[in-house]
Design a protein around this ligand. Structure first.
Ligand code: ZN
Length: 160
């Protein structure tokens, strides 16, 4: 059964740690499959677009994302291509509630990684999906959007 996991908030030190690669023997294990299910439920309940494993207290290179009705679970992700064109877009984060800011990032990216079973995957993404992938991969490197954002603002009420 998937569990709703606690989402760590800044300044929890795990959010600032570069996460560990998932090992070959861990793919397809009950632990990883359960974690993906629980992260999916947690993401949906929080009404977010992406969630990294270290945001729920697991020191693993794994994120989930759900954009335009499509769900992704990516382990050991790497950005292999970025567009020279960048765009400025507003971002928020489940670990930094109530704060929004403009972040400049490549408009499109290509990422490689594994799914939860260890199968190699390659995804080309643009727009919001490319944005979410880059934000989540930053998390796995201990980087938060507030490190990159300009025009940070705090909304008076937490909307997420
Ligand atoms: Zn985030």
């Amino acid at each position: 059964m998937p569990n709703i996991l606690e989402i760590l908030k800044e300044p929890n030190p795990l959010l600032r740690k570069k996460t560990n690669e998932i090992k070959e023997t861990q793919f397809g294990s009950a632990g990883i499959l359960e974690l993906v299910k629980s992260m999916k439920e947690t993401l949906r309940q929080a009404q977010g677009a992406g969630l990294a494993a270290n945001q729920v207290g697991k020191n693993l290179r794994l994120f989930v994302a759900e954009v335009e009705g499509k769900f992704y679970a990516v382990a050991n992700p790497k950005v292999v291509k970025t567009s020279p064109k960048t765009v400025l877009m507003e971002e928020g984060c489940l670990s930094v509630p109530g704060v929004w800011g403009l972040v400049e990032r490549p408009e499109s990216v290509e990422i490689e990684g594994r799914n939860q079973f260890g199968k190699k995957i390659k995804i080309k993404a643009r727009g919001l999906l490319a944005r979410v992938f880059q934000h989540e991969i930053d998390h796995l490197n201990g980087v938060l959007f507030i490190d990159k954002a300009t025009f940070l603002k705090n909304v008076s009420q937490n909307v997420i």
